[in-house]
Design a protein around this ligand. Structure first.
Ligand code: PRP
Length: 192
């Protein structure tokens, strides 16, 4: 059944930059709850150190964290890809490093999306070098058809097609992150 909450309804009379809803608010919530239960079982008896990658991961991280039944701590990193335009190059600059050390901790990297995999590959290598007790990744969305480098992703919310998606943390030019669903942006918005 389609989700007909107000925020996802066609807004007759005014321009809607979203062509269609790809993953509804309700499906996102249900999947975050499922993943939270799975992660809680996998890490039973341990404390999870969640590392959110700013800015996109914030919404998913908030949902996932609240679905956990194990203790968790938070830290955040801000990175910038040295790519041309929207293409990642795989070379990542740290704009904000972690506040705390991760040696001996059970670290879960939380991302909004994995696309080429270059960012995550770099992040995994760089955090693994700090000798955590364990390292895993949770992503809300996986555009697996775009992968350029094989990178393990232990927890995936939804596999999605190669479309320009926004919402649930994902932006276009800084906007749309706060949409409560994942939507496909109309091509004319980004000049596609
Ligand atoms: C997005 C996402 C990942 C990266 C994935 O970040 O959060 O970090 O792109 O792409 P890749 O798999 O091709 O490397 P973005 O640069 O859009 O930053 P943001 O989270 O601040 O929006």
């Amino acid at each position: 059944m389609r989700d007909h909450s107000l925020s996802e309804r066609e807004d007759s009379g005014s321009y809607n930059p979203i062509a269609r809803v790809l993953v509804s608010r309700r499906r996102l919530a249900a999947r975050a709850a499922q993943l939270g239960a799975q992660i809680s079982a996998d890490y039973a008896g341990q404390e999870l150190h969640m590392v959110g990658i700013l800015k996109g991961a914030t919404i998913f991280m908030a949902d996932l964290a609240r679905a956990l039944s194990i203790p968790a701590t938070f830290d955040f990193m801000a990175i910038s890809s040295y790519g041309a335009g929207s293409q990642s190059s795989g070379v990542v600059r740290f704009l904000k490093d972690l506040d705390e050390g991760i040696e001996g901790r059970h670290v879960l990297i939380v991302e909004d999306i994995v696309d080429t995999g270059l960012t995550l590959h770099y992040l995994r290598e760089s955090l693994a070098a700090r000798r955590p007790a364990s390292l895993a990744v949770a992503v809300a969305l996986d555009k697996s058809s775009r992968r350029q480098v094989a990178v393990p992703v232990e927890y995936v919310g939804f596999r999605i097609p190669d479309a320009f998606v926004v919402g649930y943390g994902l932006d276009y030019a800084g906007s749309f992150r706060n949409l409560p669903y994942v939507g496909i942006l109309r091509p004319e918005v980004y000049g596609g």
